[in-house]
Design a protein around this ligand. Structure first.
Ligand SMILES: Cc1cc2nc3c(=O)[nH]c(=O)nc-3n(C[C@H](O)[C@H](O)[C@H](O)COP(=O)(O)OP(=O)(O)OC[C@H]3O[C@@H](n4cnc5c(N)ncnc54)[C@H](O)[C@@H]3O)c2cc1C
Length: 408
């Protein structure tokens, strides 16, 4: 039988090394940072220490090829690394595999010219700089990139760009942005109107208006005004009108990378739910002995199991070079929603403690909320999944290919 859900020994070994790294290096640093909240010097020193330790332990840049100093892991192996790393909020950052840099690295690897790779990709891989990805605009629906209003007009050897972006993660302190703007007036198809640009930062004409405060605080998701920003012609990334293609190619694996990190968070929540239920006594028995609590545990375990299978199968399809769009859409939708439900049940089992900020659950719930619309809203994924399912039926007389195209 070709179906084997065990990892090769070297991947399993790596997963355990990441787990150990999180316990021995990242958790203590995370604790120090939490104890001295607002101490920026300590934060930066701790990040440098964590990253140096990751390099020492051979855990640096797991998703990039060896020629860029990475470990050259495929997506299935990445699932095991990311799920472990994401058990701490600092974990992915310590390995230099955090959003949005991770997705930007993949994008540059596949779309940048050799000169662009040396200038932008290499320092990003070395961990000397951070980047951001600027697509969403406040005035139009981010779910429909054909509506993008930021415009780039060619003047001599420069593109001159004007527009407005927001929720640009990591924009404060980023050394460059991948910026999506409209370049084509009459594209053959609406999806071919936009192009991508590499913008060195800081830049005249790129104004960070504010760090948009969210329900979980301010986390460097910035609003940006772009006024007569000049970008040299050779800083276009990909070809004219290929911004949408590039975005799609970036978003598939980037969405799955989010799911891998969410697996780690969901597992922490379920572990905490069970631990609390084994230690809290009410009405004559432990919470773990009560059927109402057992149902919450069972539902969460079943959902997390589904999440893991979906992530692994989607990663397998990407590694095999197969069409992964439907599987990644279904996985992103399911994992984002399951994460929210599992964290919410863990809060319920913890009672007032779960609602407090004494445990990570409250913060996990706030972060889980954006998972349902960022990088593709639930309803947009459902729309695409339904379309592909209907198309499959029309073409083959069965929906089989739209349900993972599995041999069942
Ligand atoms: C924490 C965070 C980080 C982010 N980081 C970045 C970043 O780094 N770079 C960047 O460019 N963007 C970023 N975003 C923006 C994110 O990608 C957008 O929020 C997302 O694309 C949705 O766009 P929107 O917010 O404009 O919502 P809209 O497109 O206005 O959609 C709002 C709602 O409308 C509904 N909807 C939309 N289309 C349909 C449809 N066809 N059918 C049914 N219902 C529909 C959905 O319920 C959706 O949630 C980030 C957002 C958050 C919250």
């Amino acid at each position: 039988m070709a179906i084997d859900f065990s990892f090769p020994p070297e991947v399993e070994e790596l997963r355990l090394k990441v787990r150990q790294f999180i316990e021995e290096v990242v958790r203590p640093a995370e604790k120090r940072i939490a104890e001295r909240e607002g101490d920026r010097k300590l934060l930066i020193e701790s990040i440098i220490e964590m990253r140096a330790a990751a390099k020492d332990r051979g855990l640096w840049l797991p998703h990039m090829p060896k020629e860029y100093g990475g470990m050259g892991l495929g997506h299935v192996a990445m699932a095991s690394v990311s799920a472990e790393a994401a058990k701490s909020g600092f974990g992915p950052f310590a390995l230099n595999a955090q959003a949005p840099d991770e997705g930007n690295m993949h994008t540059l690897l596949h779309w940048a010219t050799d000169e662009q790779k040396e200038r932008y990709l290499r320092p990003l891989c070395d961990g000397y700089v951070r980047s951001c990805f600027a697509m969403t605009e406040p005035e139009v629906a981010g779910s429909d990139p054909t509506l993008i209003q930021t415009r780039a007009v060619l003047e001599g050897d420069d593109w001159v760009i004007n527009g407005h972006k927001w929720f640009i993660s990591g924009a404060h302190g980023a050394k460059f942005a991948i910026l999506i703007a409209r370049t084509e007036d009459e594209p053959e198809i609406p999806q071919a109107a936009n192009s991508a640009f590499l913008v060195d930062l800081p830049a005249e004409g790129w104004h960070v208006v504010r760090d948009v405060a969210t329900m979980s605080g301010s986390h460097n998701h910035c609003e940006i005004r772009i006024e007569n920003l000049r970008v040299p012609r050779d800083r276009m990334l990909g070809g004219r009108g290929q911004g949408h293609l590039l975005g799609q190619a970036r978003l598939g694996p980037a969405r799955l990378a989010h799911c891998m990190r969410w697996l780690g968070q969901a597992e922490i929540a379920l572990d905490m739910m069970v631990d609390r239920s084994l230690n809290r006594f009410a009405h004559g028995s432990l919470l773990a002995d009560k059927q109402g609590i057992q149902w919450m545990i069972a539902d969460s375990a079943m959902e997390l199991y589904q999440c893991k299978l979906m992530v692994l199968h989607s990663a397998y399809k990407i590694d095999k070079g197969e069409d992964f769009r439907s599987e990644v859409s279904m996985t992103k939708h399911f994992v984002a929603n399951a994460l929210g439900r599992i964290v919410d049940r863990a809060i319920q089992v913890h009672g007032a403690l779960g609602y407090s900020t004494d445990t990570p659950l409250a913060s996990m719930a706030q972060h889980a909320r954006w998972a349902r619309f960022a990088d593709g809203a639930d309803e947009v994924h459902q729309w695409r999944i339904a379309q592909r399912t209907i198309d499959a039926y029309k073409k083959h007389g069965t929906t089989k290919t739209a349900t993972g195209d599995l041999p069942l």
